[in-house]
Design a protein around this ligand. Structure first.
Ligand SMILES: [Mn+2]
Length: 182
């Protein structure tokens, strides 16, 4: 389990699994798509690009340096992602990535990397998120969905991206779920 400040660490975790001989499917909880590229991003924020890097998209500089091989798009489940930028909508419309609502989450049957960007949670339940998005699933609903992935017994690694500003109290609210994951 890797606890981090944004989603970019996922690339290292997936590369590490591959190096260990595991070809993981991915279940990715996030309010955002994280499928931007250096060419399409208007902000240049690397935390908006890691899932696209994982499926082999665009610039391969980081991927090649860390030995990350592309995961087939069809092995990726993107959960919620209710706040997509136009280039992300365009990409996902033609990609085999399964973009699903949190209440219709398919569970992969092979080894699975479970990635949770906590901003998937409705901003009402986690104060101080860096990029809050309204109208999302509440914290208990996210916890239940995460448990349903864990219950299948296929999770081989977990990434918990704690995308909040320090001092707003989010860490206390997520502590129970984090302890369950650990
Ligand atoms: Mn993210």
């Amino acid at each position: 389990m890797v606890v981090s400040g944004d989603c970019t660490t996922s690339m290292g975790v997936v590369a590490g699994l591959q190096r260990a001989g595991v070809e993981p499917s991915i279940v990715w909880f996030d309010a955002h798509g994280d499928v931007q590229t250096p060419e399409t991003s208007t902000s240049g924020y690397l935390g908006g690009m890691p899932l696209r890097q994982i499926v082999g998209g665009a610039d391969r500089t980081v991927a090649e340096h860390i030995g990350l091989r592309p995961v087939p798009e069809s092995d990726v489940v993107l959960v919620d992602a209710r706040d997509l930028d136009p280039p992300e909508v365009e990409y996902l419309s033609g990609a085999a990535v399964r973009h699903v609502p949190i209440d219709a989450l398919p569970i992969p049957d092979g080894p699975t990397y479970l990635h949770i960007d906590v901003d998937v949670v409705d901003e009402r339940d986690l104060p101080g998120l860096l990029f809050p998005v309204a109208a999302g699933p509440r914290l208990p609903e996210v916890a239940a969905a995460v448990r349903s992935v864990l219950a299948a017994g296929n999770v081989v690694a977990i990434g918990l991206a704690c995308t909040w500003k320090p001092g707003a109290g989010a860490e206390k609210l997520i502590a129970g779920l984090a302890a369950e994951l650990a």
